[in-house]
Write a protein that binds this ligand. Sequence first.
Ligand SMILES: [Zn+2]
Length: 142
Amino acid sequence: MEFIPVKTFDSYITANIWLGKLQDAGINCYLKDEYTVTIDPILTNAIGGIKLCVDVEQLEECRELVFAFEQQDKQKQQCPNCSSLNVSYINKPGPKNWFTAIAMWAFASYAVSAAKHVYHCFDCGTEFDEVSNKELDSIAEA
Ligand SMILES: [Zn+2]
C-alpha cells in the first residue's frame, strides 16, 4: 500500500481535525512527522510541517473531500448579511442590565444560562449562529 502527502499543516491541532474528518469519511490516512513538529516547532519549517498522507487508491476521493471541507470552512466565516470575511467567533456578552437579567431569569428557561457563542461581523455588525453541519454529515455518509 502506498501513501502520498495531500496536505501539510503547521499546527498539530489543525492536522488532527483534518485527520479525523477524513477518517470519518472512510479515507485511509495518517499524519507524518506529527511528533517531530509537536516536540520541536522550530523544525516545522525545516521538514515542511505535518503531512497528511493518504492511500493512493483513495487519492481522488480524498482530494474532493479536502476541497469540500475547505469550501465549507470558508463559508462558515462569511457574513450572511454583507458577505464579508472579517468575521470572528466570539463569546456573546450576557444581559447588559439588571432588568434584562431578571426578565431572562423569569421568562427564559435555564437553557439560556450558558454563555452563547456567535459569529460577529466586524464590517456590518451582524451576529449569526454557527452554520449547520448538515453538508459535512452528508459528505461523511456518502
Ligand atoms: Zn457583515
